[in-house]
Design a protein around this ligand. Sequence first.
Ligand SMILES: NC(=O)c1ccc[n+]([C@@H]2O[C@H](COP(=O)([O-])OP(=O)(O)OC[C@H]3O[C@@H](n4cnc5c(N)ncnc54)[C@H](OP(=O)(O)O)[C@@H]3O)[C@@H](O)[C@H]2O)c1
Length: 377
Amino acid sequence: MSGPHQGGPGGALRRDRFAFGPLEEGEALVEPILGSWEANIDHALTRSPIDVCSSRGEDAVVLGNLGVVRVLKVNASGREVEVREGDLCLLMPFGKLDRFGYAELAYAYDAPRTIGLLARRSKLDARLLLPVPDGTTYSLPQWAAYGRYFTAWDNWRKAYGCWRTQIADDDPANHLVFGWGGGVAFAELMLAKRAGFRVAMTAGSDERVAFLREHGITAVDRRRFPSLSQPTPQERTDRERHRQRRTSVQEFQQLVRELSDGHGVAIFVDNIGEPLYDVTLGSLAREGVVTTCGWKAGMRLNHLRGAESIARHIHVNTHVWRLPDSPGIRDFQEAEGWMAPQGSDVVYDFDQVPELADDYANGRIGSYFPMYRVNPL
Ligand SMILES: NC(=O)c1ccc[n+]([C@@H]2O[C@H](COP(=O)([O-])OP(=O)(O)OC[C@H]3O[C@@H](n4cnc5c(N)ncnc54)[C@H](OP(=O)(O)O)[C@@H]3O)[C@@H](O)[C@H]2O)c1
Protein backbone atom coordinates (compact mmCIF):
# COMPACT_ATOMS: atom_id res chain seq x y z
CA MET A 1 0.00 0.00 0.00
CA SER A 2 1.40 3.43 -0.85
CA GLY A 3 0.58 6.97 -1.93
CA PRO A 4 -2.81 8.64 -2.43
CA HIS A 5 -5.37 6.91 -4.65
CA GLN A 6 -8.79 7.16 -6.25
CA GLY A 7 -11.80 4.85 -5.89
CA GLY A 8 -12.36 1.96 -3.44
CA PRO A 9 -9.87 0.50 -0.96
CA GLY A 10 -8.58 -1.94 -3.63
CA GLY A 11 -7.22 1.09 -5.49
CA ALA A 12 -4.84 1.80 -2.60
CA LEU A 13 -2.96 -1.44 -3.25
CA ARG A 14 -0.06 -1.48 -5.65
CA ARG A 15 1.99 -4.48 -6.77
CA ASP A 16 5.63 -3.56 -6.31
CA ARG A 17 9.05 -4.80 -5.29
CA PHE A 18 9.75 -4.40 -1.62
CA ALA A 19 13.30 -4.85 -0.38
CA PHE A 20 14.29 -5.92 3.11
CA GLY A 21 17.74 -6.53 4.56
CA PRO A 22 19.32 -9.82 5.68
CA LEU A 23 17.78 -11.85 8.50
CA GLU A 24 18.71 -10.40 11.85
CA GLU A 25 19.15 -12.44 15.01
CA GLY A 26 15.89 -14.15 15.94
CA GLU A 27 14.25 -13.44 12.59
CA ALA A 28 12.66 -15.90 10.19
CA LEU A 29 12.26 -15.76 6.42
CA VAL A 30 8.76 -16.97 5.57
CA GLU A 31 6.59 -17.73 2.61
CA PRO A 32 3.00 -16.64 3.29
CA ILE A 33 0.51 -19.32 2.23
CA LEU A 34 -2.93 -18.05 3.23
CA GLY A 35 -3.74 -14.65 4.68
CA SER A 36 -6.94 -13.68 6.43
CA TRP A 37 -8.67 -10.51 5.23
CA GLU A 38 -9.59 -8.44 8.26
CA ALA A 39 -11.13 -5.09 9.00
CA ASN A 40 -7.70 -3.73 10.02
CA ILE A 41 -6.52 -4.04 6.40
CA ASP A 42 -9.61 -2.16 5.29
CA HIS A 43 -8.90 0.55 7.90
CA ALA A 44 -5.33 0.87 6.61
CA LEU A 45 -6.43 1.11 2.97
CA THR A 46 -9.02 3.77 3.70
CA ARG A 47 -6.54 5.51 6.04
CA SER A 48 -9.20 5.69 8.70
CA PRO A 49 -9.37 5.81 11.72
CA ILE A 50 -5.58 6.25 11.34
CA ASP A 51 -3.20 6.62 8.44
CA VAL A 52 -0.72 3.84 9.18
CA CYS A 53 1.86 5.14 6.69
CA SER A 54 2.09 8.50 8.38
CA SER A 55 1.83 7.10 11.92
CA ARG A 56 4.71 4.74 11.09
CA GLY A 57 6.61 7.45 9.22
CA GLU A 58 6.97 5.16 6.18
CA ASP A 59 6.02 5.74 2.53
CA ALA A 60 4.92 2.17 1.81
CA VAL A 61 3.62 -0.57 4.08
CA VAL A 62 3.14 -4.30 3.41
CA LEU A 63 -0.14 -5.16 5.16
CA GLY A 64 -1.54 -8.51 6.26
CA ASN A 65 -1.03 -9.51 9.88
CA LEU A 66 -2.99 -12.75 10.23
CA GLY A 67 -2.37 -15.89 8.23
CA VAL A 68 -0.49 -19.13 7.79
CA VAL A 69 3.15 -19.05 6.66
CA ARG A 70 5.81 -21.62 5.85
CA VAL A 71 9.17 -21.04 7.51
CA LEU A 72 12.00 -21.00 4.94
CA LYS A 73 14.94 -20.03 7.11
CA VAL A 74 15.63 -19.00 10.70
CA ASN A 75 18.54 -16.96 11.99
CA ALA A 76 18.65 -18.28 15.53
CA SER A 77 22.26 -17.18 16.25
CA GLY A 78 22.26 -18.73 19.69
CA ARG A 79 18.76 -17.49 20.59
CA GLU A 80 16.11 -19.91 21.69
CA VAL A 81 13.82 -20.15 18.68
CA GLU A 82 11.03 -22.70 18.65
CA VAL A 83 10.29 -22.86 14.93
CA ARG A 84 12.22 -24.78 12.29
CA GLU A 85 12.55 -24.66 8.53
CA GLY A 86 9.50 -26.16 6.88
CA ASP A 87 7.13 -25.50 9.80
CA LEU A 88 3.68 -24.14 9.00
CA CYS A 89 2.94 -21.38 11.46
CA LEU A 90 0.31 -18.82 12.45
CA LEU A 91 1.52 -15.22 12.66
CA MET A 92 0.71 -13.58 15.99
CA PRO A 93 0.00 -9.90 15.17
CA PHE A 94 1.96 -8.27 17.99
CA GLY A 95 4.10 -5.21 17.28
CA LYS A 96 4.66 -3.72 20.71
CA LEU A 97 3.62 -5.48 23.90
CA ASP A 98 2.73 -3.89 27.20
CA ARG A 99 4.31 -5.29 30.37
CA PHE A 100 1.61 -7.94 30.69
CA GLY A 101 1.87 -9.27 27.13
CA TYR A 102 -1.10 -7.44 25.59
CA ALA A 103 -0.73 -5.66 22.24
CA GLU A 104 -0.16 -1.91 22.20
CA LEU A 105 0.82 -1.73 18.54
CA ALA A 106 -0.27 -4.28 15.95
CA TYR A 107 2.14 -6.07 13.68
CA ALA A 108 1.98 -5.01 9.99
CA TYR A 109 -0.43 -2.26 10.98
CA ASP A 110 0.66 0.56 13.25
CA ALA A 111 3.95 -0.98 14.49
CA PRO A 112 6.81 0.61 12.52
CA ARG A 113 9.14 -1.50 10.33
CA THR A 114 6.95 -4.60 10.40
CA ILE A 115 6.33 -6.46 7.15
CA GLY A 116 3.05 -8.26 6.53
CA LEU A 117 1.88 -11.22 4.52
CA LEU A 118 0.74 -9.51 1.31
CA ALA A 119 4.13 -10.36 -0.20
CA ARG A 120 5.54 -13.52 -1.75
CA ARG A 121 8.27 -13.55 0.92
CA SER A 122 8.39 -11.81 4.24
CA LYS A 123 10.64 -11.74 7.28
CA LEU A 124 9.58 -11.41 10.84
CA ASP A 125 10.47 -11.98 14.47
CA ALA A 126 10.40 -15.77 14.96
CA ARG A 127 8.78 -15.33 18.41
CA LEU A 128 5.61 -14.29 16.59
CA LEU A 129 5.31 -17.65 14.87
CA LEU A 130 3.05 -20.25 16.42
CA PRO A 131 3.27 -23.69 14.77
CA VAL A 132 0.12 -25.32 13.44
CA PRO A 133 -0.20 -28.51 15.55
CA ASP A 134 1.50 -31.59 14.08
CA GLY A 135 -1.02 -34.00 12.64
CA THR A 136 -3.89 -31.53 13.00
CA THR A 137 -7.31 -32.72 11.95
CA TYR A 138 -8.16 -29.31 10.52
CA SER A 139 -7.42 -27.76 7.13
CA LEU A 140 -5.16 -24.76 6.56
CA PRO A 141 -8.08 -22.46 5.66
CA GLN A 142 -9.69 -23.44 8.97
CA TRP A 143 -6.49 -22.49 10.79
CA ALA A 144 -6.11 -19.30 8.76
CA ALA A 145 -9.32 -18.00 10.37
CA TYR A 146 -7.60 -18.08 13.81
CA GLY A 147 -7.39 -14.27 14.16
CA ARG A 148 -11.13 -13.86 14.67
CA TYR A 149 -11.15 -16.93 16.97
CA PHE A 150 -8.21 -15.89 19.16
CA THR A 151 -9.72 -12.40 19.51
CA ALA A 152 -13.11 -13.91 20.37
CA TRP A 153 -11.58 -16.26 22.95
CA ASP A 154 -10.02 -13.38 24.85
CA ASN A 155 -13.04 -11.09 24.59
CA TRP A 156 -15.45 -13.83 25.64
CA ARG A 157 -13.43 -14.79 28.71
CA LYS A 158 -13.41 -11.20 29.93
CA ALA A 159 -17.12 -10.71 29.18
CA TYR A 160 -18.21 -13.97 30.77
CA GLY A 161 -15.92 -13.40 33.77
CA CYS A 162 -17.42 -9.93 34.31
CA TRP A 163 -20.98 -11.24 33.99
CA ARG A 164 -20.25 -13.92 36.59
CA THR A 165 -19.10 -11.28 39.10
CA GLN A 166 -22.76 -10.21 39.38
CA ILE A 167 -24.70 -13.36 38.44
CA ALA A 168 -22.69 -15.87 40.40
CA ASP A 169 -24.63 -19.08 40.00
CA ASP A 170 -27.72 -18.74 37.81
CA ASP A 171 -27.91 -21.24 34.94
CA PRO A 172 -26.73 -19.68 31.62
CA ALA A 173 -29.63 -21.49 29.92
CA ASN A 174 -31.85 -18.77 31.40
CA HIS A 175 -29.81 -16.04 29.68
CA LEU A 176 -29.37 -14.70 26.17
CA VAL A 177 -26.06 -13.80 24.52
CA PHE A 178 -26.66 -11.66 21.44
CA GLY A 179 -24.23 -10.46 18.75
CA TRP A 180 -24.30 -7.95 15.92
CA GLY A 181 -22.83 -9.53 12.75
CA GLY A 182 -19.28 -10.59 11.94
CA GLY A 183 -16.82 -13.46 12.25
CA VAL A 184 -15.59 -12.49 15.74
CA ALA A 185 -19.16 -12.41 17.07
CA PHE A 186 -19.85 -15.78 15.42
CA ALA A 187 -16.82 -17.39 17.09
CA GLU A 188 -17.76 -15.80 20.41
CA LEU A 189 -21.34 -17.05 20.24
CA MET A 190 -20.08 -20.56 19.61
CA LEU A 191 -18.24 -20.26 22.94
CA ALA A 192 -21.34 -18.86 24.61
CA LYS A 193 -23.34 -21.82 23.29
CA ARG A 194 -20.76 -24.24 24.74
CA ALA A 195 -21.13 -22.44 28.06
CA GLY A 196 -24.87 -23.18 27.92
CA PHE A 197 -26.31 -19.77 26.98
CA ARG A 198 -29.11 -19.10 24.52
CA VAL A 199 -27.43 -17.50 21.50
CA ALA A 200 -28.74 -15.22 18.76
CA MET A 201 -27.09 -12.99 16.19
CA THR A 202 -28.01 -10.67 13.32
CA ALA A 203 -27.06 -11.40 9.72
CA GLY A 204 -27.67 -9.45 6.54
CA SER A 205 -28.01 -12.15 3.87
CA ASP A 206 -29.80 -15.45 3.22
CA GLU A 207 -26.43 -17.21 3.11
CA ARG A 208 -25.45 -16.00 6.57
CA VAL A 209 -28.87 -16.61 8.06
CA ALA A 210 -28.62 -20.24 6.85
CA PHE A 211 -25.04 -20.54 8.14
CA LEU A 212 -25.97 -19.37 11.63
CA ARG A 213 -28.94 -21.74 11.80
CA GLU A 214 -26.75 -24.62 10.67
CA HIS A 215 -24.51 -23.93 13.66
CA GLY A 216 -27.22 -23.72 16.27
CA ILE A 217 -27.41 -19.93 16.55
CA THR A 218 -30.80 -18.19 16.36
CA ALA A 219 -30.42 -16.07 13.24
CA VAL A 220 -31.99 -12.63 13.28
CA ASP A 221 -32.31 -11.33 9.75
CA ARG A 222 -31.48 -7.67 10.10
CA ARG A 223 -33.31 -6.86 6.87
CA ARG A 224 -36.47 -7.21 8.99
CA PHE A 225 -35.36 -4.05 10.84
CA PRO A 226 -34.30 -1.84 7.92
CA SER A 227 -34.10 1.42 9.88
CA LEU A 228 -32.34 0.15 13.01
CA SER A 229 -29.23 2.32 12.57
CA GLN A 230 -29.31 5.87 13.86
CA PRO A 231 -30.12 8.46 11.19
CA THR A 232 -27.04 9.92 9.51
CA PRO A 233 -26.34 13.67 9.96
CA GLN A 234 -28.05 14.24 6.58
CA GLU A 235 -31.17 12.41 7.82
CA ARG A 236 -31.42 14.17 11.19
CA THR A 237 -34.28 16.46 10.13
CA ASP A 238 -36.18 13.72 8.27
CA ARG A 239 -39.17 12.99 10.53
CA GLU A 240 -40.26 9.96 8.50
CA ARG A 241 -36.80 8.41 8.98
CA HIS A 242 -37.10 8.89 12.75
CA ARG A 243 -40.54 7.29 12.74
CA GLN A 244 -39.23 4.31 10.77
CA ARG A 245 -36.36 3.97 13.19
CA ARG A 246 -38.68 3.91 16.20
CA THR A 247 -40.60 1.09 14.52
CA SER A 248 -37.44 -0.94 13.75
CA VAL A 249 -36.11 -0.44 17.29
CA GLN A 250 -39.42 -1.44 18.90
CA GLU A 251 -39.68 -4.54 16.74
CA PHE A 252 -36.10 -5.52 17.44
CA GLN A 253 -36.53 -5.06 21.19
CA GLN A 254 -39.74 -7.09 21.11
CA LEU A 255 -37.79 -9.93 19.51
CA VAL A 256 -35.09 -9.67 22.19
CA ARG A 257 -37.76 -9.88 24.90
CA GLU A 258 -39.18 -13.01 23.27
CA LEU A 259 -35.75 -14.65 23.14
CA SER A 260 -34.92 -13.77 26.74
CA ASP A 261 -38.20 -14.35 28.61
CA GLY A 262 -38.60 -10.59 28.82
CA HIS A 263 -35.29 -9.95 30.63
CA GLY A 264 -33.08 -8.60 27.83
CA VAL A 265 -29.59 -9.56 26.71
CA ALA A 266 -27.18 -10.85 29.36
CA ILE A 267 -24.04 -10.40 27.23
CA PHE A 268 -24.19 -8.30 24.05
CA VAL A 269 -21.27 -8.73 21.62
CA ASP A 270 -21.19 -5.37 19.88
CA ASN A 271 -18.41 -4.84 17.36
CA ILE A 272 -20.48 -2.37 15.33
CA GLY A 273 -20.63 0.62 17.65
CA GLU A 274 -22.03 4.09 17.02
CA PRO A 275 -25.21 3.71 14.91
CA LEU A 276 -26.55 0.85 17.04
CA TYR A 277 -25.13 1.67 20.45
CA ASP A 278 -28.37 3.01 21.94
CA VAL A 279 -30.17 -0.15 20.75
CA THR A 280 -27.41 -2.31 22.25
CA LEU A 281 -27.71 -0.63 25.65
CA GLY A 282 -31.50 -0.49 25.46
CA SER A 283 -31.62 -4.26 24.86
CA LEU A 284 -29.38 -5.18 27.81
CA ALA A 285 -30.77 -6.97 30.84
CA ARG A 286 -30.08 -5.67 34.31
CA GLU A 287 -26.54 -6.73 35.26
CA GLY A 288 -25.93 -7.13 31.53
CA VAL A 289 -22.51 -6.87 29.89
CA VAL A 290 -21.81 -5.08 26.63
CA THR A 291 -18.58 -6.42 25.23
CA THR A 292 -16.52 -5.24 22.29
CA CYS A 293 -13.23 -5.29 20.48
CA GLY A 294 -14.47 -3.44 17.37
CA TRP A 295 -16.10 -0.31 16.04
CA LYS A 296 -17.04 -1.32 12.53
CA ALA A 297 -19.51 1.54 12.04
CA GLY A 298 -18.19 4.20 14.42
CA MET A 299 -16.34 4.53 17.70
CA ARG A 300 -17.60 7.73 19.31
CA LEU A 301 -20.21 6.65 21.81
CA ASN A 302 -22.49 8.36 24.27
CA HIS A 303 -24.31 6.90 27.19
CA LEU A 304 -26.00 8.03 30.35
CA ARG A 305 -23.71 7.04 33.17
CA GLY A 306 -26.57 7.19 35.67
CA ALA A 307 -28.73 4.77 33.70
CA GLU A 308 -25.80 2.41 33.10
CA SER A 309 -24.85 2.44 36.76
CA ILE A 310 -28.37 1.91 38.07
CA ALA A 311 -28.85 -1.01 35.64
CA ARG A 312 -25.44 -2.34 36.77
CA HIS A 313 -24.24 -2.70 33.20
CA ILE A 314 -20.61 -3.68 32.78
CA HIS A 315 -18.74 -2.41 29.69
CA VAL A 316 -15.91 -4.63 28.47
CA ASN A 317 -13.36 -3.43 25.90
CA THR A 318 -10.54 -5.63 24.64
CA HIS A 319 -8.04 -5.63 21.81
CA VAL A 320 -6.30 -8.66 20.24
CA TRP A 321 -5.31 -11.10 23.03
CA ARG A 322 -2.36 -11.76 25.33
CA LEU A 323 0.64 -13.13 23.41
CA PRO A 324 1.55 -15.74 26.06
CA ASP A 325 -2.03 -17.11 25.84
CA SER A 326 -1.57 -18.00 22.14
CA PRO A 327 -0.41 -21.65 22.47
CA GLY A 328 -3.23 -22.37 24.90
CA ILE A 329 -5.88 -20.91 22.58
CA ARG A 330 -4.49 -22.90 19.64
CA ASP A 331 -4.52 -26.09 21.70
CA PHE A 332 -8.09 -25.40 22.81
CA GLN A 333 -9.10 -25.00 19.16
CA GLU A 334 -7.48 -28.28 18.16
CA ALA A 335 -8.76 -30.25 21.15
CA GLU A 336 -12.31 -28.86 21.20
CA GLY A 337 -12.93 -28.39 17.47
CA TRP A 338 -13.85 -24.76 18.09
CA MET A 339 -12.80 -23.83 14.56
CA ALA A 340 -14.09 -22.02 11.50
CA PRO A 341 -16.40 -24.66 10.01
CA GLN A 342 -14.95 -26.67 7.14
CA GLY A 343 -15.64 -24.91 3.82
CA SER A 344 -16.88 -21.69 5.45
CA ASP A 345 -14.01 -19.59 4.04
CA VAL A 346 -13.70 -17.93 0.66
CA VAL A 347 -10.24 -17.69 -0.91
CA TYR A 348 -9.10 -15.09 -3.46
CA ASP A 349 -5.91 -15.51 -5.51
CA PHE A 350 -3.06 -13.12 -4.92
CA ASP A 351 -3.82 -11.28 -8.17
CA GLN A 352 -7.41 -10.77 -7.01
CA VAL A 353 -6.53 -9.04 -3.75
CA PRO A 354 -7.71 -5.57 -4.93
CA GLU A 355 -11.06 -7.19 -5.81
CA LEU A 356 -11.15 -8.84 -2.39
CA ALA A 357 -10.53 -5.44 -0.79
CA ASP A 358 -13.46 -3.89 -2.67
CA ASP A 359 -15.81 -6.84 -2.16
CA TYR A 360 -15.13 -6.80 1.58
CA ALA A 361 -15.57 -3.03 1.85
CA ASN A 362 -18.88 -3.22 -0.01
CA GLY A 363 -20.29 -6.14 1.98
CA ARG A 364 -20.28 -8.42 -1.08
CA ILE A 365 -18.70 -11.42 0.67
CA GLY A 366 -21.04 -14.05 2.11
CA SER A 367 -18.37 -15.79 4.20
CA TYR A 368 -17.26 -14.56 7.63
CA PHE A 369 -13.75 -15.76 6.75
CA PRO A 370 -12.41 -14.10 3.58
CA MET A 371 -8.83 -15.05 2.68
CA TYR A 372 -6.14 -14.55 0.06
CA ARG A 373 -3.68 -17.15 -1.19
CA VAL A 374 -0.14 -15.89 -1.62
CA ASN A 375 1.84 -19.07 -2.35
CA PRO A 376 0.76 -22.66 -3.01
CA LEU A 377 0.99 -25.09 -0.09
N1 LIG B 1 -9.51 -5.23 18.37
C1 LIG B 1 -9.29 -6.41 17.84
O1 LIG B 1 -8.43 -7.14 18.28
C2 LIG B 1 -10.14 -6.88 16.72
C3 LIG B 1 -9.92 -8.13 16.12
C4 LIG B 1 -10.77 -8.55 15.10
C5 LIG B 1 -11.80 -7.70 14.68
N2 LIG B 1 -11.94 -6.49 15.28
C6 LIG B 1 -12.99 -5.56 14.86
O2 LIG B 1 -14.27 -6.12 15.06
C7 LIG B 1 -15.17 -5.64 14.06
C8 LIG B 1 -15.86 -6.82 13.45
O3 LIG B 1 -14.91 -7.64 12.79
P1 LIG B 1 -15.34 -9.07 12.23
O4 LIG B 1 -14.11 -9.59 11.57
O5 LIG B 1 -16.01 -9.83 13.26
O6 LIG B 1 -16.46 -8.77 11.19
P2 LIG B 1 -16.39 -8.14 9.75
O7 LIG B 1 -15.86 -9.08 8.77
O8 LIG B 1 -15.71 -6.80 9.86
O9 LIG B 1 -17.93 -7.97 9.47
C9 LIG B 1 -18.75 -7.21 10.31
C10 LIG B 1 -20.19 -7.54 10.00
O10 LIG B 1 -21.02 -6.65 10.71
C11 LIG B 1 -22.23 -6.51 10.05
N3 LIG B 1 -22.51 -5.08 9.94
C12 LIG B 1 -21.79 -4.15 9.30
N4 LIG B 1 -22.37 -2.94 9.45
C13 LIG B 1 -23.46 -3.14 10.21
C14 LIG B 1 -24.48 -2.28 10.71
N5 LIG B 1 -24.49 -0.97 10.45
N6 LIG B 1 -25.47 -2.84 11.45
C15 LIG B 1 -25.46 -4.16 11.73
N7 LIG B 1 -24.52 -5.00 11.28
C16 LIG B 1 -23.55 -4.49 10.54
C17 LIG B 1 -22.11 -7.17 8.69
O11 LIG B 1 -22.73 -8.45 8.76
P3 LIG B 1 -24.19 -8.73 8.23
O12 LIG B 1 -24.39 -7.88 7.02
O13 LIG B 1 -24.22 -10.19 7.93
O14 LIG B 1 -25.13 -8.34 9.34
C18 LIG B 1 -20.60 -7.35 8.57
O15 LIG B 1 -20.25 -8.42 7.80
C19 LIG B 1 -14.32 -4.85 13.08
O16 LIG B 1 -14.51 -3.48 13.33
C20 LIG B 1 -12.90 -5.24 13.39
O17 LIG B 1 -11.99 -4.19 13.18
C21 LIG B 1 -11.14 -6.08 16.28
